[in-house]
Design a protein. Structure first.
Length: 142
C-alpha cells in the first residue's frame, strides 16, 4: 500500500488524510470544491503546527507530512490509489453514487472503504464489482 485517497475533506476527511500522511503514505484528498480542500489543508497544517509547538515533532517533519498530501477535485485522479476511504455525509444515495464512480475508475487491486457510522457496509459494497475488496473503516471524530 503506497497511495491512499480520501474523498471528503470535512472534519473526518481531513483528519483521516492527516493520519495517513503522518504514517508515511502519499495521500490524495478529494472534494467537490477547491476552497474546501484548501481549508482542509490549512486545518491539517494548523494541527501539525501544534505538534511542533509542543515539541512532538520538528518543523521539517511537519513540512514532509504536508508534502505527502495532494488535493484534487477530480475523482478520476484517484485511479492509482491502493485504498480509497470515503468520508462524505451520511446519505445512502450520495455514497452509493460515489462508490459506483470509484469502482469504475480504480485499479482491480484497490480497496474501497467507507467511514460510515450508520449505513450498512454490505449495502454499499453491493453497488460495486468488488464487494470482496470493500471494507468499513470507521474513524472516531478527531
Amino acid at each position: 500500500m503506497q497511495k491512499i485517497g480520501v474523498v471528503g475533506s470535512g472534519t473526518m476527511g481531513n483528519g483521516i488524510a492527516h493520519v495517513f500522511a503522518q504514517a508515511g503514505y502519499g495521500v490524495v484528498l478529494n472534494d467537490l470544491r477547491e476552497d474546501l480542500l484548501e481549508k482542509a489543508l490549512a486545518t491539517i497544517g494548523k494541527n501539525l503546527q501544534r505538534g511542533v509547538d509542543k515539541g512532538r515533532m520538528q518543523a521539517s517533519e511537519k513540512e514532509q507530512i504536508l508534502q505527502r498530501i495532494q488535493i484534487d477535485t477530480q475523482l478520476e485522479n484517484l485511479g492509482d490509489c491502493d485504498l480509497v476511504v470515503e468520508a462524505i455525509s451520511e446519505n445512502l444515495t450520495w455514497k452509493t453514487d460515489l462508490f459506483k464512480k470509484l469502482d469504475a475508475n480504480l485499479q482491480p487491486h484497490a480497496i474501497l472503504a467507507s467511514n460510515t457510522s450508520s449505513i450498512s457496509i454490505t449495502k454499499l459494497a453491493a453497488v460495486t464489482q468488488r464487494p470482496d475488496r470493500f471494507i468499513g473503516m470507521h474513524f472516531m471524530n478527531p
